[in-house]
Design a protein around this ligand. Structure first.
Ligand SMILES: *Cc1c(COP(=O)(O)O)cnc(C)c1O
Length: 467
């Protein structure tokens, strides 16, 4: 190619206005939301980076598929199209649709995991952890070395620690019903896992007769990073790389709200006939008949199209670039972030940026709230509010204080990202004036969703009254 600019590989057919607010309006909105971005009205948010889950824009082809959707209770042709797509991409024998990823996790856990078991994962996503723990099993995180150090620059920071996996399997394989690898590693910064790592983990698992499952929410983004970064895959298609990933595994759970490019949906896919039979019965009991699994026929159509579109090279190049573009600008401006930028999100390192705020005054939460106050940007704290509460009710600092800026797919353009960079650089310049917060009211479990806060001192940003 003669030209270097990576463009959004689509043009825009329908637009959705976003609403500007004044700083005063945002201060009021924040106060009304008890300084919890989850409690804001989305209409008061200018750029919403709370999550990349179910927030993407569908293509014209997906909308056309929605019209084709067949709502037959059993044997719908929409299911057949969905099933064919998933089995083409993954190669798995049994494809069970679910309404989202956590339903697939719950069904698999109910049918395969028992009290006292251990389920290793590079890093459990919070719903995966909750579904494993609900059976009485231990959800064991085995991230590779360096994964929790934001400054360590490695191509495959999402890898599972093979030595520790080997140890668990050697010592306790009878207690390990399955091993998960999450691609990309969402909780670990959206970092990819290499094919060499997946393959080596699969060999370890299989030598102990333990099945390997992929938590495949961002399988296409992971495949793209392998193509870009792993020796020998530069000429492979993303679909070819993805197939090699799935070929190492015995099954997968997926939230299709991510790399399914749809607003709702998920699946459980697996090869084991007997386990699939049990999972199907559980699916019927809790989600729906196996040819719709809790989804409308039109959603199955949207997924059948989206799962193919997500593997398009131009899409993936644009996707990775739009995240890295923000990451590069911030690194250039001296803003501390988790390095390298992930596949779906940039993670600001609030512990480094706000080192005057101790962990239990929630620096990442304060940074997230300030981004909204100053620029109308909504993000999510991944720090001591989300992970600081232990099961026995005491507080402990989380290993990292991050603010995740998750990019919805095909939604924002480069000028939105330029604006983001400008706001973040401004907030970085006033960082010394940002105050910590205290929690005034919170549930014990998953408290970040609904906790109430107030700033320590007279304002979130000191000197606010003088402006
Ligand atoms: C989103 C997500 C899930 C859960 O999927 P839902 O569709 O939200 O239920 C599981 N694992 C990972 C890695 C995720 O990102």
């Amino acid at each position: 190619m003669k030209f270097d600019t990576i463009i959004e590989p689509f043009r825009i057919k329908a637009v959705e206005p976003i609403r500007r607010t004044t700083r005063n309006q945002r201060l009021q909105a924040l106060q009304q939301a008890q300084f919890n971005p989850f409690l804001l009205d989305a209409e008061d948010v200018l750029i919403d980076l709370l999550t990349d889950s179910g927030t993407g824009a569908m293509s014209a082809e997906q909308w056309a598929g929605m019209m084709r959707g067949d709502e037959s209770y059993a044997g719908s042709p929409s299911f057949r199209r969905f099933e064919r797509t998933v089995s083409d991409i993954t190669g798995f024998r049994h494809i069970l649709p679910t309404h989202q990823g956590r339903a697939a996790e719950r069904i698999l856990a109910a049918c395969a995991v028992d009290d006292g078991d251990i389920v290793p994962n590079n890093t459990h996503f919070d719903t995966t952890r909750a579904n494993v723990e609900a059976t009485g099993a231990e959800a064991l995180d085995l991230p590779a070395e360096g994964a929790t150090d934001p400054t360590v620059e490695r191509p495959f920071k999402g890898n599972i620690d093979l030595n520790r996996l080997d140890r668990v399997l050697t010592e306790d394989s009878h207690r390990v019903p399955l091993v998960f690898i999450t691609v990309t590693n969402n909780s670990g910064g959206g970092q990819p896992v290499s094919l060499a790592n997946i393959r080596a983990a699969a060999e370890l698992c299989h030598s102990h007769d333990v099945p390997l499952f992929l938590d495949a929410c961002r399988f296409a983004e992971n495949a793209w990073f392998i193509k870009q970064r792993e020796q020998g895959y530069g000429n492979h298609s993303p679909a070819g790389v993805a197939r090699e990933m799935f070929d190492c595994a015995d099954g997968a759970t997926m939230s299709a709200k991510k790399d399914g490019l749809a607003n709702i949906g998920g699946f459980l896919a697996l090869n084991d006939d007997e386990l699939a039979h049990r999972c199907k019965n559980e699916l019927i009991r809790t989600e729906g008949f196996p040819t719709y699994g809790g989804l409308a026929g039109y959603s199955l159509e949207a997924l059948a199209v989206g799962l193919r579109e997500v593997l398009d090279e131009d899409y993936l190049r644009y996707r990775a670039r739009s995240v890295a573009y923000l990451g590069d600008k911030l690194i250039g401006a001296g803003v501390p972030i988790m390095r390298p930028p992930g596949g779906h999100a940039v993670y600001l390192d609030a512990a480094a940026m706000l080192d005057h705020i101790p962990p239990l005054e929630y620096p990442a939460w304060a940074l997230s709230a300030t981004l909204y106050l100053e620029g109308g940007i909504r993000s999510v704290e991944i720090g001591s509010v989300m992970f600081g509460m232990t099961p026995d009710g005491t507080e402990q600092p989380a290993p990292m204080e991050l603010v995740r800026l998750a990019f919805p797919r095909r939604v924002y353009t480069q000028s939105h990202v330029d604006y983001l960079a400008e706001v973040i650089e401004y907030v970085h310049s006033i960082r010394h004036r940002i105050r910590g917060l205290q929690i005034t009211d919170a549930p014990r479990v998953l408290r970040h969703f609904s906790a109430h806060f107030e700033p320590l001192g007279d304002a979130l940003v000191a000197g606010d009254g003088d402006e």
